[in-house]
Design a protein around this ligand. Structure first.
Ligand code: FAD
Length: 555
C-alpha cells in the first residue's frame, strides 16, 4: 500500500518537503494542509509589495494548489487547519475552515512545518484597528487596504529587527512618514553595535524618526477621535500614527506539537535530532518552529530564516524517502537592504561568543567594494571574528553600499567547512576592477588575522583603548593632518606615516604605543616600522573608523 505522508504548513518548509518527496516517491500519498488561503507564497517579498517595489500581487504566489496538484500530484488542502495530532492512532484532526467540518486523516509519517507567529505583546490598546503584524498575504492585504482607505500618511514601526526595518524602508518608499521604535540601543540584534552605526545614520538620513532605547507603553485614540492613534512611549512622548506595524519578533507556532506531548524547549520550539525527527519516530519537524544547533557556540537556538526552512524541507524528504541526511545546524547567515546600504552577517557575533564563553578576537577592515580607481567603488566595513589559537573563523559582519553580500556569502561557506584564516587568504575569488580587487576584502581579512596570529603585529579592539591608556599606553595617530582635523582620539600624538622614520626621536621607546590611522592599513605599516626599531606597539583594529563608529553608538 502507498505510504501516507501528511504535512502541516504549506509555505517555505512544508512546500519544499512535499515537492522533494514527490520527486523521490511517485507512489506516496502526500497531503499538504495549510490554514491560510495560499500555499508556497513569498513571505520575504511581502514588505516589497507593500512598498510598491513589487507591483503585482500575483508575483508573490510562487505556486498555487492547482499547480502543485497538476505538476506534483500533491493533494493540497488550503483553509484547512490541523487541530490535533492523535499519536496513538497515527492520525490528525483537521478543521475545514470554510465548512467548519472536522475530519481525520491517518498517516505513516507526519511532517510539522507550522512556522512561527508574530509576538503580540500585551500593550494596552494593541487590539485597536490600524495595528498590524505581518506574516502572510492575508496580513499584507489588510495593511495595504488600510493604508489606501485611510489615506495613511504616518506610520509607526515597532521593533528594529529584519522585518521591522524592511517595513520602515518600504513604508517610507511608499511616501509615509515613518517612526521606528526600538527597545534597545541598536537595531538588528545579530550585529555588534559598532557595525550598526552606518545603518542608524542611514535611517536618520533617509528621514526615519529613529527612537532607540524606547518602548511603547500604550496605544491611545487621538482626540477628537479619528482613525489615527497616539503611540505613547515610555518617556511619555507620543507619536501620531495612521498605521502601526509590529515587528517585535516571532514565536514557534508549535502548540500542536506540545499538545501532542512532543518534546519542545522552554520557548516552545520543537526539539529535533540531526535528521529532523521529533521525539516521535513517525513525526518530523522543520522550519521556524524547530530548535536548531548553532554550529559555532554549540548552543541550541531558533533561527527563523527562509534558507534553513527550505533546506530542511529537502533534508526531511530525503530522510523519509530512505536517504539518511543530516542537518548540520544554522549559522544565521542573513542580509538586509536599508535604503542605500546593505548589511549582512554570518556565524556568531561578539555578544554570542562572549555569552558562550568562547575566546575570540576580531579584525575590522574598511576596504573598497571594488578597485578604488574604478568608478563607483564604495567603502565596505567588514568585521571577522576568529579563534586566536588557530585562526578558525567564527563569524563575520559587513556593511556598506556595495559588496557586503558576496563577502559574507564567501565567509559563510568557509565557516561551514571549518575554514581558517589560511583559507581566507588562499581563496581565489573572481576579480576585475568593476567587481572587486586583486586582493579581495575576504583575502585581506585572512591576511590581517595571519599577521596577528603569527605575531607580526599585535591588535587591540576599540573597546580596549581606554583601559590601555589608563595603564600608561600612548596613542599615535599616523594620518595626514587634514584627516586629523575631522576628529581624533583624545590625547593622541599625530605623526603621519611618511614622517615616522625621521621623527622616531619624538616617540618614547619605553612606552606602550597604540597606533591608529583611518582604516588600519597605514597603522599596520607604522607598527611594523616601530616594532623593528624595538618599540612595543599595537594596531587599533579598524582604526579611527571603527573607534568613532563605536563611540557614536555610546558603547
Ligand atoms: P512558514 O513559511 O511561515 O509556513 C508555515 C505555514 O504553516 C503558515 O502558512 C501557517 O499558516 C501554516 N500553519 C501553521 N499551523 C498550522 C496548522 N495547525 N494547520 C495548518 N497550517 C498551519 N527569511 C529570510 O531568510 N529572508 C528574508 O528576507 C525574509 N523576509 C521575511 C519577511 C516577512 C514579512 C516574513 C513574515 C518572514 C520573512 N522571512 C525571511 C522568514 C521566512 O519567511 C521564514 O523563516 C520561513 O517562511 C519559515 O518557513 P516555515 O515553513 O517554517 O514557516
Amino acid at each position: 500500500m502507498a505510504r501516507r505522508i501528511l504535512i502541516v504548513g504549506g509555505v517555505a518548509g512544508g512546500a519544499s518537503a512535499a515537492a522533494r518527496l514527490r520527486r523521490l516517491d511517485e507512489n506516496a500519498v502526500i497531503i499538504l494542509f495549510e490554514r491560510g488561503p495560499d500555499v508556497s507564497f513569498a513571505n520575504c517579498g511581502l514588505p516589497y509589495y507593500l512598498g510598491g517595489e513589487i507591483k503585482e500581487r500575483g508575483k508573490l504566489l510562487v505556486q498555487t494548489p492547482e499547480k502543485l496538484g497538476a505538476n506534483l500530484n500533491l493533494d493540497v488542502r488550503v483553509r484547512s487547519e490541523v487541530i490535533e495530532i492523535l499519536r496513538k492512532s497515527k492520525s490528525i484532526r483537521i478543521r475545514n475552515l470554510q465548512t467548519n467540518v472536522i475530519y481525520e486523516e491517518g498517516y505513516d509519517t507526519l511532517i510539522l512545518a507550522p512556522g512561527a507567529s508574530p509576538l503580540i505583546p500585551p500593550i494596552p490598546g494593541i487590539e485597536k484597528p490600524g495595528i498590524f503584524s505581518l506574516r502572510n498575504l492575508v496580513d499584507t492585504d489588510r495593511i495595504h487596504t488600510w493604508i489606501q482607505n485611510q489615506q495613511a500618511k504616518k506610520a509607526v514601526v515597532v521593533g528594529g529587527g529584519f522585518i521591522g526595518l524592511e517595513m520602515a524602508e518600504q513604508l517610507k518608499t511608499r511616501g509615509l512618514e515613518v517612526a521606528l521604535i526600538q527597545r534597545s540601543a541598536q537595531v538588528l540584534d545579530p550585529f555588534d553595535p559598532e557595525m550598526i552605526s552606518p545603518i542608524h545614520q542611514e535611517l536618520i538620513t533617509q528621514g526615519i524618526d529613529l527612537r532607540l532605547n524606547r518602548q511603547v507603553i500604550r496605544f491611545d485614540d487621538t482626540t477628537p477621535k479619528g482613525n489615527s492613534l497616539n503611540v505613547v512611549l515610555d518617556d511619555n512622548s507620543s507619536i501620531v500614527a495612521d498605521v502601526v506595524i509590529l515587528g517585535i519578533g516571532v514565536r514557534p507556532d508549535s502548540h500542536l506539537a506540545s499538545d501532542a506531548k512532543l518534546e519542545v524547549n522552554a520557548r516552545g520550539a520543537i526539539k529535533v535530532n540531526d535528521h529532523l525527527g521529533t521525539s516521535d519516530p513517525c513525526i518530523y519537524a522543520i522550519g521556524d518552529a524547530i530548535e536548531v544547533a548553532d554550529p559555532i557556540t554549540r548552543n541550541q537556538t531558533q533561527v527563523p530564516l527562509a534558507g534553513p526552512a527550505n533546506r530542511q524541507g529537502r533534508i526531511v524528504a530525503d530522510n523519509i524517502a530512505g536517504k539518511p541526511t543530516r542537518y548540520r545546524g544554522t549559522l544565521g547567515t542573513a542580509i538586509l537592504r536599508i535604503f542605500d546600504y546593505t548589511t549582512a552577517c554570518t556565524g556568531a557575533n561578539a555578544k554570542a561568543l562572549t555569552k558562550a564563553g568562547i575566546t575570540f578576537k576580531a579584525v575590522y577592515l574598511h576596504p573598497n567594494s571594488h578597485a578604488g580607481y574604478y568608478p563607483g567603488a564604495h567603502p565596505l566595513s567588514l568585521k571577522v571574528l576568529f579563534s586566536p589559537t588557530d585562526g578558525k573563523i567564527l563569524g563575520a559582519q559587513a556593511v556598506g553600499k556595495d559588496g557586503a553580500d558576496k563577502r559574507i556569502d564567501v565567509i559563510a561557506t568557509s565557516i561551514h567547512h571549518g575554514g581558517t584564516m589560511d583559507d581566507l587568504v588562499d581563496y581565489e575569488l573572481c576579480y576585475a576592477p568593476p567587481f572587486g580587487s586583486a586582493k579581495d576584502p575576504v583575502n585581506l581579512a585572512g591576511m590581517v588575522i595571519q599577521n596577528n596570529i603569527n605575531h607580526l603585529v599585535e591588535i587591540i579592539h576599540w573597546s580596549e583603548v581606554e583601559g590601555r591608556v589608563q595603564r600608561g599606553a600612548k596613542l599615535l595617530d599616523v594620518r595626514e593632518p587634514k584627516e586629523v582635523e575631522t576628529g581624533m582620539i583624545l590625547g593622541a600624538l599625530n605623526i603621519p606615516l611618511g614622517q615616522i622614520r625621521s621623527r622616531l626621536n619624538e616617540l618614547d621607546p619605553s612606552s606602550d604605543w597604540i597606533i591608529y590611522c583611518q582604516s588600519g592599513q597605514r597603522s599596520y605599516n607604522a607598527c611594523r616600522i616601530l616594532s623593528q626599531h624595538g618599540y612595543k606597539c599595537c594596531n587599533l583594529s579598524g582604526a579611527y573608523k571603527t573607534f568613532s563608529a563605536a563611540k557614536s553608538m555610546g558603547v
